[in-house]
Ligand binder design. Structure first.
Ligand SMILES: NC(=O)C1=CN([C@@H]2O[C@H](COP(=O)(O)OP(=O)(O)OC[C@H]3O[C@@H](n4cnc5c(N)ncnc54)[C@H](OP(=O)(O)O)[C@@H]3O)[C@@H](O)[C@H]2O)C=CC1
Ligand SMILES: O=C(O)[C@@H]1CCC=N1
Length: 267
């Protein structure tokens, strides 16, 4: 089995690296294609895949083709690969908002997996939601799932709507966490801590809270109550967040990402 990754950016390289650790593949079976000359020079230095710049040299050999370019480059990629495709090949797209229908129409392939990963995939801690068309056999879906799992965990969803919805939760979600971290670091600096101190205070707080959550079967709300003493400091902070509707605003932000994914799909 041979896998081709189109687009050697954050996601494409993450998958290439993850898949290089898969028992299903060895290094000669992973191909990566990118258009940028500068990037290609770097790609040729990497030993765990073969780098390509011409679609004709790699697309025909691939059984599974990961498409990891920005959504606005999808049309040009479809146009360029179309000539070299055969109906047995499986396209796996990680592009936000690009629908299965668009991928099928653009490539002529019927076997399509639409996936939504997230950035922690870079350290094997990703979460990828995915859905496969009915033309993808169960065995093929299992192979793709195994490949996706080389970057973390995955969930198979039952309708394409949940790919857009998970974009709003897990796909874009790491940025919401970084937003919160950034705000807390700015508050720490405002309080007089050095940048290094603020970074440690915040990063260890996030790490510890997430570890607690992962180790016990308790909701975030119940954990909040454990931290907050009646009339104490935490309650003052939580009351301030409630007064400013922070809960609702975070939900609105997640829906803004979800809606944007749907909107991208209409283009
Ligand atoms: N980053 C994230 O957290 C997540 C991203 N995604 C999705 O993953 C996809 C890729 O995102 P990301 O990795 O961040 O993007 P990047 O810009 O880092 O990577 C895309 C790569 O594709 C290259 N490229 C552009 N056009 C072509 C082409 N015609 N043929 C081959 N390569 C091409 C780009 O080159 P150049 O830079 O020269 O244009 C770039 O190297 C997007 O569709 C995004 O929606 C999904 C979930 C999370
Ligand atoms: O911002 C984006 O559009 C992509 C999809 C999810 C994360 N990054």
């Amino acid at each position: 089995m041979k896998v081709l990754v189109i687009g050697a950016g954050n996601m494409g390289l993450t998958y290439a690296e993850g898949m290089s650790k898969s028992k299903r593949l060895n290094n000669e079976n992973i191909m990566v294609l990118d258009k940028s000359e500068e990037k290609l020079k770097e790609l040729h230095q990497i030993s765990y895949f073969d780098a390509f710049e011409d679609f004709k040299d790699c697309v025909p050999q691939a059984d599974i083709i990961f498409i990891a370019v920005k959504p606005y480059h999808s049309e040009s990629v479809f146009e360029e690969i179309k000539l070299f495709l055969n109906p047995k090949q499986i396209a796996v797209s990680v592009m936000a908002g690009v629908t299965i229908q668009t991928i099928q129409e653009g490539t002529g392939l019927t076997k399509v997996v639409r996936a939504m990963p997230n950035l922690p995939a870079q350290i094997g801690q990703g979460l990828t939601s995915f859905i496969a068309t009915k033309e993808v056999s169960n065995d093929e879906a299992l192979i793709v799932e195994d490949l996706l799992n080389t970057t973390g965990k995955s969930i198979q969803v039952t309708s394409e709507r949940f790919i857009d919805a998970s974009t709003g939760i897990s796909g874009s979600g790491p940025a919401y966490v970084f937003y919160f971290m950034q705000s807390m670091m700015e508050a720490a600096t405002e309080m007089g801590f050095s940048k290094e101190e603020g970074t440690l205070l915040v990063s260890q707080t996030f790490k510890g809270a997430v570890e607690l959550f992962n180790q016990y079967n308790i909701t975030p709300k119940a954990w909040m109550e454990k931290v907050a003493s009646k009339g104490g400091t935490t309650q003052a902070a939580l009351d301030s967040m409630d007064a400013n509707n922070v809960n609702k605003l975070i939900q609105e932000a997640a829906f803004a990402a979800f809606n944007r994914a749907v909107e991208l799909g209409k283009k």
